[in-house]
Ligand binder design. Structure first.
Ligand code: ATP
Ligand code: MG
Ligand code: FE
Length: 336
């Protein structure tokens, strides 16, 4: 089965051809980071315009690089949400047009399911599994009893992990996106960090997260130092902040793994690119004796291969959209 995936939910215009849901034949990503950098974040209108400019070229390149013709493609999978409405609509319009022109089935895909399915390029899934999903807009622990079924067992009550990274980076005067910058600074620190930021554990047994208190603690520490005419070391702040986020993410995830007797642990989303998180969760999984899967960095952040991978399961399960398919900016990943 050959599925063309299309992803335009945020600031990357992406298309990819995937074979049997597990083999990447092509993976084209046109990133807009440069255009958004000077605004310190993604500007929705600019994102939509870039998608319009890039989408046709990116789709053509995906087929070309995969050495496949339209006759060989079995279906077109497209992100229907969550994401920026104007950005999503560009991918959806392109997918509808191509599906109509080539008489192909149209498959709507949840972007977060896509992030999880990026792991299937590395390893076949073993159920039940637990996935930690940490991205720019989401922080969730998901239990999957089988393919295509997602049970939300915990989520953030305020900021997403990636959002917290980006905001803290901004306070430190680092460029957008801040996650990789914090990661780089934290890596420079060899000794344990001297600043002790809070950890939000919430109620006993809860798998929910909260990062806004931590974010405020970091902002206050930086501002208090400034008022005293002092200057906190950037790397100290970055490392201490990151340590706090990681400790809570890893501890709660391992609790869920145990409670759901998971056979596999997946990590997904842009923050899964974080070196400190990868290291800490690898260690925790080893200690717990659970198989861990984390995608390589280029498959952690937004791409269309993951959409084609999740779309392949939907295709096999008979999920189809008609020409009335619309963008769903707030689409959730819960179906059991
Ligand atoms: P969502 O998937 O929730 O809709 P998104 O698509 O914008 O949001 P992703 O592309 O999955 O999010 O991830 C982007 C986020 O990942 C940004 O917040 C970015 O700062 C963060 N990120 C990327 N690399 C790293 C890293 N090495 N360390 C920490 N965070 C990182
Ligand atoms: Mg992005
Ligand atoms: Fe994403």
């Amino acid at each position: 089965i050959l599925i063309l995936g299309i992803e335009t939910s945020c600031d990357e215009t992406a298309a990819s051809v995937v074979e049997n849901g597990m083999l990447i034949r092509s993976n084209v990503v046109a990133s807009q980071i440069k255009s958004h950098k000077r605004f310190g974040g993604v500007v929705p209108e600019i994102a939509s315009r870039h998608h319009v400019e890039q989408i046709t070229l990116v789709c053509e390149a995906a087929l070309e690089e995969a050495h496949v013709t339209w006759e060989e493609i079995d279906g077109i999978a497209v992100t229907e949400g969550p994401g920026l409405v104007g950005a999503l609509l560009v991918g959806i319009s392109a997918a509808k047009t191509l599906a109509f022109a080539h008489s192909l089935p149209l498959i709507p895909v949840n972007h977060m399911a896509g992030h999880i399915y990026a792991n299937r390029f590395i390893k076949e899934f073993t159920f039940p599994l637990v996935s930690l999903v940490v991205s720019g807009g989401h922080t969730e622990i998901i239990h999957m009893p089988e393919h295509g079924r997602f049970e939300l067992i915990g989520e953030t009550r305020d900021d997403a992990a990636g959002e917290a990274f980006d905001k803290v980076a901004r306070v430190l005067g680092l460029p957008y996106p801040g996650g990789p910058e914090i990661d780089r600074l934290a890596r420079e620190k060899e000794e344990p960090s001297p600043l002790n930021f809070p950890r939000a554990w919430l109620e006993e047994g809860s798998y929910d997260f909260s990062f806004s208190g931590l974010k405020s603690a970091v902002i206050n520490a930086v501002h208090n130092a400034e008022q005293k005419g002092e200057h906190l070391d950037q790397a100290d702040v970055a490392a201490s902040f990151q340590e706090s986020v990681i400790e809570v993410l890893v501890t709660k995830t391992m609790g869920a793994v145990q409670q759901y007797q998971a056979k596999q642990l997946l990590v997904a989303g842009g923050v899964a690119a974080n070196g400190g998180l990868r290291h800490a969760i690898t260690k925790a999984a080893e200690e717990a004796g659970i198989e861990l899967v984390i995608p390589p960095i280029q498959l952690c952040t937004d791409n269309a291969a993951m959409i084609a991978a999740a779309g392949t399961i939907d295709y096999l399960q008979g999920k189809r959209a008609n020409m009335g398919l619309n963008a769903q900016p707030g689409l959730e990943l819960v179906n059991i």
